[in-house]
Design a protein around this ligand. Structure first.
Ligand SMILES: [Zn+2]
Length: 148
């Protein structure tokens, strides 16, 4: 089934069709950046992410999605070895190209959908700005908000 826009062809393409997890997010977009091939995501997280995408109405550029434990240890901003990215329950959405009023709305929409972790990196060079969202459960931590 053809479901997408040109953007989705950043995804793994087999037989001309990108392997999609949801309508707008491909397997390739979720892969760990170290090259290990890990890409499995939490189904409920992906349902929520697609809901946020539908409400936002614009394409997301993700700077990080699934991470293996090894890669997470290298790039994570905190010391917890098995960070929430290693459970496939988090993405970082680049926001430097989006109006700040729209970023504020996205943060509210993420809360309304039920994301329980929110990290904000909204200073410095625009190309490096992002918001982290996750759906951590109480087995991981209490709901959390932080800046980088
Ligand atoms: Zn990896």
């Amino acid at each position: 089934m053809w479901v997408g826009t040109r953007r989705q062809f950043h995804g793994l393409v087999i037989g001309g069709i990108a392997m999609m997890i949801t309508k707008n997010f491909s397997v390739k977009e979720m892969e760990c950046h170290c090259g290990c091939g890990e890409s499995e995501m939490d189904p409920e997280f992906m349902r929520m992410l697609q809901e946020l995408r539908d409400e936002a109405g614009f394409a997301f550029r993700l700077s990080s999605s699934r991470r293996c434990v090894t890669h997470n240890a290298k790039v994570s901003s905190h010391s917890k070895k098995a960070g929430i990215h290693t459970f496939g329950k988090a993405v970082d959405i680049l926001t430097g190209h989006i109006d700040t009023s729209r970023v504020l709305k996205l943060i509210k929409q993420a809360q309304d959908i039920g994301f329980t972790g929110l990290g904000l990196n909204l200073r410095g060079k625009r190309e490096g700005r992002f918001i982290h969202i996750d759906n951590r459960g109480t087995d991981f931590s209490v709901p959390a908000v932080w800046t980088y």
